[in-house]
Design a protein around this ligand. Structure first.
Ligand code: SF4
Length: 314
C-alpha cells in the first residue's frame, strides 16, 4: 500500500467497548466508516524504503490468534443493539491478504454469520499476496464476501520499484489486476507521485500511466510522496541520493498520468490529504476537465492554488 491513511477508529468509543487493536491502525480513506478488524499485525514485507507504518516493534508481522478475532467479531456483533449498523469491514493490518486462504475464509464466514448487516469486506494486498492466491482461492474469498483489495502499486517503472524495494514488478501488478478482475473482487490501486525522485520523474510518470492502462482498475488513488524521518528513503535523501520533485514536478507527473492512461471506467482520485491539488475525476469522461485544471495551475504556478503545506498530511 501507499502512505498511511488516518488511523482513527470510530467505533472504539462506543459504549466503552473496545476491539483489540495493537499498535497503529491504518486504513484507506474510503474505509473511514468501516469496522476496522485487526486480523494480522504489521506487514510481511516491511521493506519499502518510504514506509514507516509498522516500525513499532509491537507490530512485527504475525497472524492474530483466531480466538481474539472471534472475540472482536462477537463484540462488534453487539453494536447493532447500540444503534450502530456495521455495513463495511476492513481487515487490518498491512498486507492481510497474505494470510492463508482458509484462515481468511473462516473470518469471512464468521462475519457473515454473526454480523449479517455487513455488505462488503476490504483488505490491503500487494502483488506478492495477490499472486500467491490461485484463481480458485480468490473466487472463494469473493464468494464469502471479500469485496475489494487495496493495492499499492506505487509506480509502473521497474527501476523505481527496485529502488524502493517494493518486492514486485510492473508485470506482477498487471497479473494481479487480471486475477482480481477474473475473481470478481474490485481493485483499488494506489500510485505515488514523486517516488521516482527528480531524476526518474518523467520515466516514473510515463510508466505509471502505462501500467495503469494495462491494469484498467475501477479505482485509482494518486498520493503525494512524503519523506518520512528514519526511513531508508530519508537516509537516501540525507546522502543526496534522492531528491523529491517540488510541488510543480509532482503535478506534472499527475498530468502525465491523467493524459496518458486509458481506462474503461475509473474513479480517479488525487485528493488524499498528502496532495497539493485535490482532484477527483471519472476517467475517461473527465479527462479534459482534469487536464485543463492541471494546465492552468502548472502555467500560473501560483501557490495560492495549492493546498498549503500545513494542511497536507500523511
Ligand atoms: S507493503 Fe510496503 S508500503 Fe505496504 S505496509 Fe508493507 S512495507 Fe509498508
Amino acid at each position: 500500500m501507499g502512505p498511511p491513511g488516518k488511523f482513527t477508529f470510530e467505533y472504539q468509543a462506543l459504549k466503552g467497548r473496545q476491539l483489540d487493536h495493537i499498535g497503529h491502525i491504518f486504513r484507506p480513506p474510503s474505509e473511514a466508516d468501516s469496522l476496522l478488524l485487526q486480523v494480522s499485525l504489521g506487514c510481511s514485507h516491511n521493506k519499502c524504503t518510504y514506509c514507516a507504518m509498522y516500525d513499532d516493534p509491537t507490530q512485527k508481522f504475525r497472524i492474530k490468534p483466531m480466538a481474539q478475532v472471534i472475540a472482536d467479531i462477537d463484540e462488534a456483533a453487539q453494536y447493532g443493539a447500540a444503534g450502530l449498523t456495521v455495513r463495511r469491514v476492513f481487515l487490518c493490518d498491512g498486507d492481510a491478504l497474505i494470510l492463508p486462504t482458509d484462515h481468511l475464509v473462516e473470518i469471512l464466514k464468521l462475519l457473515r454469520e454473526r454480523i449479517p448487516t455487513v455488505r462488503r469486506v476490504g483488505i490491503y494486498g500487494d502483488a506478492r499476496s495477490i499472486l500467491r492466491k490461485s484463481p480458485a482461492e480468490l473466487a472463494l474469498l469473493q464468494q464469502w464476501g471479500l469485496g475489494i483489495v487495496y493495492h499499492g502499486v506505487e509506480s509502473g517503472d521497474d527501476e523505481v520499484l527496485k529502488r524502493i524495494v517494493k518486492g514486485s514488478t510492473a508485470a506482477d501488478a498487471i497479473a494481479s489486476a487480471r486475477l482480481l478482475r477474473d475473481s470478481g473482487i474490485r481493485h483499488s490501486v494506489m500510485v505515488m507521485l514523486g517516488i521516482g525522485g527528480q531524476k526518474r520523474s518523467a520515466e516514473h510518470a510515463a510508466a505509471t500511466a502505462k501500467v495503469l492502462t494495462a491494469m484498467d482498475p475501477p479505482f485509482v488513488g494518486a498520493l503525494t510522496t512524503t519523506v518520512v524521518p528514519n526511513t531508508p528513503l530519508a537516509a537516501q535523501q540525507d546522502a543526496g541520493d534522492f531528491t523529491l520533485p517540488d510541488q510543480w514536478g509532482m503535478l506534472a507527473e499527475l498530468r502525465t498520468i491523467v493524459a496518458d492512461s486509458n481506462f474503461t471506467r475509473c474513479r480517479f482520485h488525487a485528493n488524499h490529504a498528502s496532495n497539493y491539488l485535490p482532484l477527483s475525476l471519472n476517467l475517461p469522461a473527465d479527462r479534459q476537465r482534469g487536464l485543463d485544471q492541471l494546465d492552468r495551475v502548472l502555467q500560473d504556478r501560483d501557490e495560492d492554488d495549492l493546498r498549503p503545506e500545513y494542511l497536507r498530511g500523511l
